[in-house]
Design a protein around this ligand. Structure first.
Ligand SMILES: Cc1cc2nc3c(=O)[nH]c(=O)nc-3n(C[C@H](O)[C@H](O)[C@H](O)COP(=O)(O)OP(=O)(O)OC[C@H]3O[C@@H](n4cnc5c(N)ncnc54)[C@H](O)[C@@H]3O)c2cc1C
Length: 477
């Protein structure tokens, strides 16, 4: 063990500095400053190099975190990058947007009383340095194979699979209905968490590696799924989940009550410099408005913080459970509170006021009850606790369900689960259709970027074995 490690007893935890709240509220740039090299080394050296690294165990990608922390502490950054990128296609993205407080850092076993190692910030530092120094290169397959794979969806799941398959020499074609690559990384997650040039930089590298992108191409509209299957030796479906859950009740159809993703896509497009009429005409623009966001997940946090940056008069988040029971990252809640968002915990909407356009939300207070079968505490209404929150814009961030792909793609034989996600064999990643695989949110339901990357990598390995077996079977005939 080098003398550099185990310094957690006398080096306190420090995250990269945040920009001032006034600065943050004024633009969509990331809020964390970069680690200085000395700070990254010192923070890495706090790792205790424990025997069973729970950080790795609880990382979906099982990143070899203690190894790259040790190398960073020793100043061996190129090796640290090699180790970190061996298990993760996009470590600079995970370093920025993984909920580390629930995954690696949340499971760091440094003794109680000392705070965890700042794993996410070091991961980001290593990969940003690797980009600066030219260590990140496009994939260069050793052989070029004739077999081709069609991937539907250019989100993190599809992109991780694309890179892994191209690395093995396959001809990889990625289809996406959007005009840019990245899925929710480009159009869902706002720039203050993940600046867009970071996503575009990956897109360019993947293109340089020989992956072909077919953008503005919606499978089921511009090309049928059957055509795609005929065109390729295997198809991977990585389409994510996009059916927004809706809210009912009196007044739910009023103007000014909008789905979260429409709002976020509009804001992201505006930031990317596109002409966006729905922003310019005020429909999906929070500027000067009293905004109420309904929901408590990552999407809701992104909406409240976007509204702050657009110059909303006030921003309130209504969530029916309390802070401890919300699904979003607590770090993001803290960031939102610092930026001036008001959280109305244990509050659920019942009705919306207004003539044509919404003017307010009638809500009721909730209390937490006994845990249900899943172990999660149920919620019940506190009688007579109604209150009204004034609102000119209400954003519904209640989660997403999958689109009914068997219907949309006219593929009756494509089996789904009772939740509507695609059913796969968990070992082979194959759906009920031969040669058709699936990965990411369309299999798991709304999840995390790191899980989509993990699934994309595993699906690529499964497609590789499937194609190798098919080739072998043909050769044996
Ligand atoms: C607002 C928001 C914030 C989030 N914040 C975080 C976060 O901070 N950290 C985190 O880890 N996770 C976060 N998530 C979750 C994360 O973004 C997803 O889990 C992840 O992007 C899923 O990856 P995917 O590749 O499965 O799908 P997606 O990223 O959804 O990509 C799917 C792609 O498929 C395309 N597509 C769909 N249907 C078709 C079709 N018929 N034809 C062609 N193309 C099609 C879509 O256009 C899209 O580009 C957030 C999600 C949202 C909505």
């Amino acid at each position: 063990m080098p003398e550099t490690m185990l310094t957690f007893t006398h080096v306190p935890q420090s995250q990269p500095d945040k920009r001032t709240v006034a600065d943050r509220r004024a633009d969509f740039s990331e809020i964390y400053r970069d680690f200085a090299s000395s700070q990254a080394r010192a923070q890495s050296s706090r790792c205790s190099q424990c025997g069973v690294p729970f950080c790795s165990v609880h990382c979906p990608l099982h990143n070899n975190i203690p190894d790259w922390l040790k190398l960073t502490a020793e100043g061996r950054l190129e090796e640290a990058y090699e180790i970190s990128s061996a298990t993760n296609n996009f470590p600079e993205i995970c370093g920025r947007i993984c909920p580390q407080d629930r995954l690696c850092e949340g499971n760091c076993v440094i003794e109680k009383g000392f705070e965890s190692v700042t794993i996410g910030a070091v991961e980001r530092y290593i990969t940003d340095t690797a980009f600066e120094r030219g260590w990140v290169q496009p994939v260069r397959p050793r052989i070029d194979l004739s077999q081709s794979i069609g991937i539907v969806g250019a989100g993190p799941g599809g992109l991780a699979a694309a890179e892994e398959l191209r690395r093995r020499g396959y001809q990889v074609h990625v289809y996406d209905r959007h005009d840019r690559v990245g899925g929710l990384l480009i159009y869902g997650i706002p720039g203050f968490k993940l600046e867009k040039d970071i996503v575009v930089r990956r897109w360019r590298l993947l293109e340089e590696g020989g992956i072909k992108f077919h953008l503005n191409t919606e499978v089921g509209r511009d090309v049928t799924f059957a055509e795609l299957r005929a065109r390729h030796d295997a198809v991977l479906v990585a389409t994510g989940v996009y059916e927004a859950r809706d809210i009912g009740g009196p007044g739910a159809g009023l103007r000014g009550i909008v789905p979260a993703l429409d709002y976020l896509i509009t804001s992201n497009r505006k930031g990317l410099g596109d002409a966006v009429p729905s922003f310019d005409d005020g429909t999906l623009n929070a500027g000067g408005k009293r905004v109420v966001v309904i929901g408590g997940g990552d999407t809701a946090m992104d909406c409240v913080r976007t509204a702050v940056r657009q110059g909303a008069a006030s921003v309130t988040c209504l969530y029916r459970r309390d802070r401890a029971n919300m699904p979003g990252s607590l770090r993001e809640v803290q960031n939102a509170e610092e930026e001036g968002v008001h959280f109305a915990w244990l509050s659920a909407p019942e009705a919306f006021y207004g003539n044509e356009t919404v003017t307010g939300v009638r809500a009721v207070k909730m209390r937490l009850g006994l845990p249900d079968a899943s172990g999660r505490q149920s919620v019940e209404v506190v009688q007579g606790s109604h209150f009204t929150a004034g609102a000119d814009l209400v954003i519904k961030a209640l989660g997403f369900d999958p689109e009914p792909l068997p219907v949309v793609w006219a593929q009756d034989a494509l089996e789904t689960t009772r939740l509507g996600t695609l059913k796969i064999n968990p070992r082979s990643f194959q759906t009920s259709l031969p040669g058709v695989f699936a990965a990411g949110d369309i299999v798991r339901g709304a999840s995390l970027v790191v899980w989509a990357i993990k699934d994309g990598r595993d699906a690529a390995a499964a497609i590789h074995s499937y194609l190798a077996q098919t080739e072998f079977a043909i050769a044996a005939e």
